[in-house]
Write a protein that binds this ligand. Structure first.
Ligand code: SF4
Ligand code: SF4
Length: 422
């Protein structure tokens, strides 16, 4: 049986493994559009729902919705803005958190016996010390304070984070405030986009188009975060408290472009911050098994969920050049394959993966003349993966901002780690 036939057989007989289980979901409620999904949530193991309400919502509808969830056996928490708490006077057994913005609001909320908890939102370097101290002064026995995120928190510098650390006795290294939400739950925004957490805005899919089960099952980000002990990078991975803390995933992603990177604003790992790499990556030779002139892809610009963007500038010694100095169309297939390989080697640092291109499908070439010195932009998407097999799509553009691709296609690859290589 040929390799393409083996691949087809293997994919038919072995559907992708089910790993899409999650116990906590956070949902932004604007519009209450996701009500039809309850059955599906329970099917994938969800036990707890945290509903994020906002000022555009009618509190009675929110409460009604939350009660329905609870009656269906889901633990339910409501997270509401601090200034709306009077509208939720009667949460009837629901756990009620308030999202607090200022020191005064925290003080006031701490004395409010109706509350189960407060979610603190970092409002900026000047306010944060007082803000955290206000929460610490809170004497209410039942009060649970948890730290939320905001753009200000995610973009906070090392200096600002150190101030939070100094002010916060409960958690000496409050990098992600020991927040494990990207690891333990996921966040559904009002428009249906699914993210690892509220601040880590890597789209894993949209619930208006795809079921949550399918989104989680096919998401590399979801799967890598579930296996965070093997996947997150140093210095977090070598840290003594790794596992209780994984850094703020939102900040790591937004600061470096790499969702597996260590948190670059952690005082604890300060001396090793130069080891944290950021995209774009311009030294492909350090990642890829190919060597020039065969190595054609020059830069890895972005990595998202099952997706990457690279570029390639055509060199004078490119082995695919024809006599008229234009690129032979077979080069596009190699460029697509190298881009997919770049994504893999970036996600698996230190592991040199050896692969073999098994089949090219739906290849289209617009027959444009690409010459020495031209730069091409490549978008690659992994559409299927079940080791050692994978399928990826690629599109190659002259101008990635607009315009049609000059070539595109689908590649089936068989990939072995060095140890497994036959
Ligand atoms: S890990 Fe996510 S939820 Fe937690 S603080 Fe960071 S961005 Fe916010
Ligand atoms: S090095 Fe990473 S795991 Fe350790 S405290 Fe800092 S952010 Fe948390």
């Amino acid at each position: 049986m040929s390799l393409p036939e083996q691949l087809q057989k293997s994919m038919t007989e072995n559907p992708a493994p089910v790993h899409a289980e999650i116990s906590v979901l956070e949902i932004e409620l604007s519009g209450l559009t996701m009500s039809a999904k309850q059955e599906e949530w329970q099917k994938i193991g969800v036990q707890k729902i945290i509903l994020h309400a906002d000022k555009t919502l009618d509190s009675q509808r929110v409460l009604e919705y939350a009660r329905t969830l609870r009656q269906n056996g889901l633990q339910t928490e409501l997270l509401i803005p601090a200034d709306l708490r009077n509208e939720y006077d009667d949460p009837t057994g629901l756990r009620l958190f308030c999202r607090a913005g200022t020191d005064a609001e925290v003080e006031e909320l701490c004395n409010d016996s109706k509350l189960c908890g407060i979610e603190l939102i970092y409002t900026g370097a000047d306010a944060v010390s007082d803000f955290v101290k206000a929460a610490q002064r809170c004497k209410a026995a039942s009060l649970e304070v948890r730290f939320g995120c905001s753009d200000a928190f995610i973009n906070a510098s090392l200096e600002e984070i150190r101030k939070i650390a100094d002010a916060n006795e409960r958690s000496p290294y409050p990098v992600g405030m020991n927040c494990m939400r990207a690891i333990n739950s996921c966040f559904i925004a009002a428009d249906g986009e699914v993210y690892p957490c509220q601040g880590c805005r890597i789209s894993m899919g949209n619930m208006k188009e795809t079921s949550l089960h399918e989104i989680l099952q096919n998401s590399t980000v979801f799967s890598f975060y579930r296996n965070f002990r093997e996947q997150l990078k140093k210095p977090c991975r070598d840290c003594a408290i790794f596992g209780q803390c994984v850094g703020c995933r939102g900040r790591a992603y937004h600061a470096t472009g790499d969702f597996l990177a260590a948190d670059p604003a952690c005082p604890r790992s300060e001396k090793e911050h130069d080891k944290i790499l950021s995209l774009p990556i311009r030294d492909p030779a350090n990642y890829m098994p190919h060597k020039p002139p065969m190595l054609m892809v020059s830069t890895l610009h972005t990595v998202a969920d099952n997706l990457c963007e690279t570029d390639c500038t055509v060199a004078e010694d490119n082995p695919f050049l024809r006599e008229d100095s234009t690129l032979h169309p077979s080069a596009f297939i190699e460029i697509g394959a190298q881009s997919l390989a770049f994504l893999d080697t970036f996600l698996h640092p230190g592991k040199h993966l050896n692969g073999m291109l098994v089949e090219v499908m739906r290849f289209e070439n617009k027959k444009e003349k690409i010459k020495v010195g031209d730069t091409l932009f490549i978008i690659c998407r992994k559409s299927y993966e079940m080791p050692p097999w994978s399928i990826g799509e690629f599109e190659i553009f002259r101008d990635h901002a607009n315009g049609k691709p000059v070539a595109k296609g689908e590649l089936k690859v068989c990939q072995f780690s060095a140890a497994e290589k036959p």
